[in-house]
Ligand binder design. Structure first.
Ligand code: AP5
Ligand code: MG
Length: 215
């Protein structure tokens, strides 16, 4: 099974991908996470990507498609892939077709998380993660059970993304509308698009995705 989770910043792609990893043993391929790891490690890709990401703009198609190809090559053929935040342009969608075909993989579904953009600003600006294990939290929607202590690993260190401020979020949304939304009709013409209400609560969104995958 190979699926794309598509939706604007804050739609819940990462949240739902983590759930699929935990429930089904699929592998999450998040270009955002890969780029943040490259920035942190100070690799040549990270050095190129840092300022672009902080401005909320898109990193080059060649870089992200290269990262996706490398990650797929490290996976067993039996492992399902969840593309989270990729593809984001028509050129990336085209590259993904080639990347999958050359590895004998087939795209099963493109799941679009439909959301209300204004609500997303609150979701994103309230978001933070455990600095140790990466578990995601939110100031309003998902607080640790014990204040200041990660539910999963017990760490007391948390972090916020540098691009999670309102101004950058608006740029990221504009990039989504201008460059990413236009790839939907392409997948629609191939009968691959499934829509899910991304404004429902997390468990309901997960159930709707599970129903699509089990169908
Ligand atoms: P990326 O990391 O992909 O960020 P994004 O697309 O902006 O999406 P987010 O990660 O912000 O949101 P999400 O949909 O994962 O939501 P989440 O589950 O966290 O990309 C970052 C940057 O990297 C880009 O701007 C670009 O510069 C670069 N980049 C990455 N990929 C690229 C590519 N392919 N090409 C070029 N450049 C690329 O949820 C958000 C919050 O809401 C969380 O706190 C969560 O707990 C909460 N939440 C989730 N679901 C619900 C719900 N149903 N109800 C209530 N709260 C919810
Ligand atoms: Mg994400």
């Amino acid at each position: 099974m190979n699926i794309i989770l598509l939706g604007p910043p804050g739609a819940g792609k990462g949240t739902q991908a983590s759930k699929l990893v935990a429930d089904r043993g699929m592998v999450q391929l998040s270009t955002g996470d890969m780029l943040r790891a490259a920035v942190k490690a100070g690799t040549p890709i990270g050095l190129k990507a840092k300022a672009v990401m902080e401005a909320g703009e898109l990193v080059s198609d060649e870089i992200v498609s290269g990262l996706i190809g490398e990650k797929l090559d490290s996976m067993a053929a039996s492992e399902g892939a969840i593309f989270d935040g990729y593809p984001r342009t028509e050129a990336q969608a085209h590259s993904l077709d080639e990347i999958l075909a050359s590895r004998g993989r087939v795209l099963d579904h493109v799941i679009e998380l439909e959301v209300d953009e204004d609500a997303l600003v609150e979701r994103i600006t309230g978001r933070y993660t455990c600095a140790n294990c990466g578990e995601g939290y939110h100031d309003r929607f998902k607080q640790p059970k014990a204040e200041g202590v990660c539910d999963v690993c017990g760490s007391t260190e948390f972090k916020r993304r540098p691009d999670d401020n309102e101004e950058t979020v608006r740029t990221r949304m504009a990039e989504y509308r201008a460059k990413t939304a236009p790839i939907l009709p392409v997948y629609e013409a191939r009968g691959l698009v499934r829509r899910v209400d991304g404004m429902a609560d997390m468990a309901e969104v997960s159930a709707a995705i599970a129903a699509i995958l089990d169908n």
